[in-house]
Design a protein around this ligand. Structure first.
Ligand code: APR
Length: 248
């Protein structure tokens, strides 16, 4: 773990508007598998086209429903980690907007007041024919209680549009930020991957937290090699110390 630069700590202490862009790595230390990490990645065992597309659901609704039911079970057993909790605590000192690609609801569970879900939330189920969120009854998948069409997880599948309100909110949060953090994302999936570059173009400070390099690494002002649960509490601690020294 590299030592945190006092300059970075000071910039974090000063920030009034923080936008945190989080990906699957944010929840890795909560025991939720990532998508692309070779040894544990979810996709390593499943072909995305097999499970996370409207066509896959059309072709075999029961298989897709069961895979998401397995992931929902995994996620409901998971707890927010020290990284989720650090982001939630940070919101006491600055406005912190979390823009997440994750569908596990762990940021909300940790207490972050402002969470935008770019890819939905697998704890919610919606009618596949458009009746909106519905309670989950019997069946794999269960029928919509209103129209009888199969229910599906409220997540964005490959080839589907992102929820407009979340995407517009994310763009506004990146435009307004003093600091944009990219945490635990491989920065490979659009449009989420373009958000930190938008921040750079606006002259906003971009900080990456990831044990590996990503396509964002050469662009980031600071690219910290470390994990969400390991580094975020340290970042926050260093910033708090700076604030205390400044206010003395
Ligand atoms: N802390 C921080 N980062 C981590 C950790 C950790 N403990 N463990 C792994 N990482 C990093 C990996 O190095 C990798 O860069 O998290 C990233 C995970 O990348 P992906 O698995 O590709 O996840 P993500 O970038 O969120 O995928 C984006 O792809 O499949 C779609 O919709 C799905 O939302 C997902 C999107």
């Amino acid at each position: 773990m590299q030592a945190l630069s006092p300059a970075l700590a000071a910039q974090i202490a000063e920030a009034r508007r923080v936008t945190a862009l989080t990906g699957a790595g944010m929840s890795a230390e909560s025991g939720v598998p990532t998508f692309r990490d070779a040894q544990t990645g979810l996709w390593a065992r499943y072909d995305p086209a097999e499970l996370a597309t409207p066509e896959a659901f059309e072709r075999d609704p029961s298989r897709v429903w069961q895979w998401y039911a397995w992931r929902r079970e995994l996620v409901t057993r998971a707890e927010p980690n020290a990284g989720h909790r650090a982001l939630a605590r940070w919101a006491r000192h600055a406005r912190v907007t979390v823009v997440t690609q994750n569908v596990d609801g762990l940021h909300q569970q940790a207490g972050s007041p402002e969470v935008l879900e770019l890819h939905g939330n697998l704890r919610r189920s919606i009618c596949s024919a458009g009746c909106g969120e519905q309670p989950v009854g019997e069946g794999e998948p269960p029928p919509c209680p209103r129209c009888g069409a199969p229910l599906r997880p409220d997540v964005v599948w490959f080839g589907e549009m992102l929820p407009e309100a979340a995407l517009n909110g994310a763009l506004a949060a990146v435009e307004a930020a003093d600091i944009v953090l990219s945490i635990g994302t491989a920065n490979q999936v659009q449009p989420a991957a373009s958000l930190p570059h938008l921040a750079r173009r606006n002259g906003c400070l971009v900080v990456e937290v990831n044990p590996e390099e990503t396509p964002l690494t050469p662009e980031a002002d600071w690219s910290l090699r470390g994990t969400a649960a390991g580094l975020l509490p340290l970042l926050l601690e260093a910033a708090t110390e700076q604030r205390v020294q400044r206010d003395e």
